[in-house]
Design a protein around this ligand. Structure first.
Ligand code: FAD
Ligand code: SIN
Length: 542
């Protein structure tokens, strides 16, 4: 790693072979697989562990023999995705999943076992039990620990904590680096690299109620859009049906695995209702369950429904969900005895930066992976526990593709160092409070033409306040990306005049064959927004 100051004496310049933005599973797993290929800067805006990955509960979906097969896993993923998954992408995920999970175990991930054999849990919309979990309900912590410890000792990997990426450096149509803010020092740092990966996670902070940690502010989506990258499927936000209905942000998630073990949903009057909505009842796909819970809450004018843990039995509850029980006890709930109040909240972004199956975006040298990316694998509704698997499978694939990128010429390096990017985009920090309320009310679980149009108008007004700043605070940098991403999400949701998967509109309540396609958003260098579409890929991959 080469570190110098820019000629202005203010912007520090760091030359590396690979720049990776984000230290969740997607970023760390990619870094691990690139570690033999040259110096890597992992740029992360909080501490290295802070990520959605760290808080994942239910587990990792994987079809290990003899009881399961990748084909069955593929079928369940396609069905949950409501006709919008690209089949080659799902095939890659499910076929390559088992080997990559074995690899994670080889690096020391300790998944729960029964009688010496890996123990598989059940989650909604899976036809069989195929969810590996760790310490009962702390899978994410174990996955993040393993990936971090495996990466930490690699001499080629440097982690830059409290460093927030703000802008991608585009020179003659190629991405040659990333401009970031050292949050503690308040100064700009420019990473120049042969290949750049955005692995910045989700968008949960754009909603008033979400399971995501505060770092999930859609920075990758904002940066990539400004750089000219194509974005796909941004209208599909997954709402998780069972977050604890209690004060605080983020909302505490109660894993779907709890229903997989037999817990029942009750409406505000204390009655079971899911079989009125779907034959799979509590184990229907997440979009259906979230909307059903929401409908029952609305018809009773209540801000919560209930989750009844008692069918699981206390001993099994303690063994399978020790973390959830501890958190609920600390907050004064007794799930062993009485139902716990729950509510649906924003959880996962199915769309993101459009990539091929190796993480390439439409911009040379720019890659994307994990929740901020969209390879078409999750369609209109992600199947539970497919996201950690996605980070592993596509992280490894991105690493292979990034390793193939040739070195920047001396001239390209000079142009990147001398790039006239004077700062990063920022917006008033108060937008961080305003956007989540607007998105919750107008681009939420149930959408209408009016609401979406109003949201877009308001966001367009706020977007006028986004401008270049040489020393923005983290909140100002995040506000700019939240504003940008929210605007794109409202635009895509307004554009799709049907209901499919997680996108539900009262003015177009049915699924439409015509809409079996992806909505793609892109920005021309002039700033103009282009909306186009791409048919769903149904071709067999092999
Ligand atoms: P993250 O893990 O979110 O990592 C993103 C990283 O990018 C973070 O390090 C963040 O600080 C950094 N970052 C963001 N912006 C910037 C910036 N501008 N500059 C520098 N760094 C930046 N999925 C499952 O498969 N199974 C589960 O059981 C499961 N349970 C979940 C439970 C909860 C509570 C949540 C929130 C999610 C859960 N998910 C689960 C979803 C899954 O955890 C995430 O989708 C997945 O971990 C995303 O990984 P990632 O690496 O893409 O992003
Ligand atoms: C959960 O444990 O319910 C979350 C699983 C997921 O988001 O895949």
């Amino acid at each position: 790693m080469n570190e110098t100051d820019a000629p202005d004496g203010q912007t520090e310049i760091i030359r590396c072979r690979y720049a990776i933005v984000g230290s969740g599973i997607a970023g760390l797993w990619t870094a691990l697989h690139l570690a033999e290929h040259g110096p890597i800067a992992v740029i992360t805006k909080s501490n290295v562990r802070e990520s959605s990955t760290q808080y994942a509960q239910g587990g990792i979906a994987v079809s290990l023999p003899p009881t399961d097969s990748p084909e069955l896993h593929e079928q369940d993923t396609l069905e949950a995705g409501a006709g919008l998954c690209d089949e080659p992408a799902v095939e890659v995920l499910t076929q390559e999943g088992p080997a990559v999970v074995e690899e994670l175990i080889g690096y020391g991930a300790l998944f729960d076992r029964e009688n010496g054999q890996l123990a598989y849990g059940r989650e909604a919309a899976h036809g069989t039990s195929r969810i590996l979990h760790a310490h009962g309900d702390a899978t994410g912590e174990e996955v993040e620990r393993t990936a971090y410890e495996a990466t930490r000792d690699k001499p080629n990997v440097d982690v830059y904590e409290t460093t927030a990426a703000g802008e991608l450096l585009i020179v003659d149509g190629e991405c040659l680096g990333v401009q970031a803010v050292d949050i503690r020092e308040g100064r700009l740092v420019r990473f120049i690299a042969d290949a750049i990966l955005t692995a910045t996670g989700g968008v949960g902070s754009l909603y008033r109620y979400s399971t995501n940690p505060p770092v999930a502010t859609a920075d990758g989506i904002g940066m990539a859009f400004r750089a000219g990258a194509a974005l796909q499927d941004l209208e599909f936000v997954q709402f998780h049906p069972t977050a604890l209905a209690a004060e605080g942000y983020p909302k505490f998630l109660i894993s779907e695995a709890v229903r997989g073990e037999g817990a029942r949903l009750l409406n505000p009057e204390g009655q079971q209702f899911m079989d009125r909505y779907d034959r799979r009842a509590e184990l229907a796909p997440r979009d259906i369950v979230a909307r059903a819970v929401y409908a029952e809450m609305m018809s009773a004018a209540s801000d919560h429904a209930y989750l009844d843990f008692t069918p699981i039995g206390t001993a099994r509850m303690q063994r399978r969900f020790p973390g959830i029980l501890e958190e609920l006890h600390q907050r004064g709930f007794q799930p062993e005895r009485e139902p716990v109040p729950i509510t649906p909240v924003a959880h996962y972004m199915m769309g993101g930066i459009a990539t091929d199956l190796h993480g390439h975006t439409n911009i040379a040298r720019l890659f994307a992976c994990g929740e901020c990316a969209c390879y078409g694998v999750h369609g209109a509704n992600r199947l539970a526990s497919n996201s950690l698997l996605d980070g592993l499978v596509f992280g490894k694939r991105s690493a292979v593709a990034m390793a193939e990128m040739g070195l920047l010429s001396a001239d390209a390096q000079r142009r990147a160092a001398g790039h006239n990017q004077v700062g990063v985009y920022a917006a008033p920090a108060e937008l961080k409070q305003l956007i989540p309320d607007l998105m919750w009310e107008r681009v939420g679980i149930i959408r209408t033409d009016d609401d979406l149009a109003q949201a877009r108008r308001q966001l367009a007004q706020w977007a006028e306040q986004v401008e270049l700043a040489s020393q923005p605070t983290l909140a100002e940098l995040e506000a700019a990306n939240m504003c940008q991403a929210a605007m794109l999400m409202a635009t895509a949701a307004l554009h799709r005049t049907e209901s499919r998967g997680a996108h539900y509109r009262t003015d177009f309540p049915d699924i439409s064959k015509q809409w079996r396609k992806h909505v793609i958003l892109r920005r021309r260098p002039s700033g103009e927004l282009i909306i186009s579409d791409r048919p769903v890929d149904t071709a067999a991959a092999s």
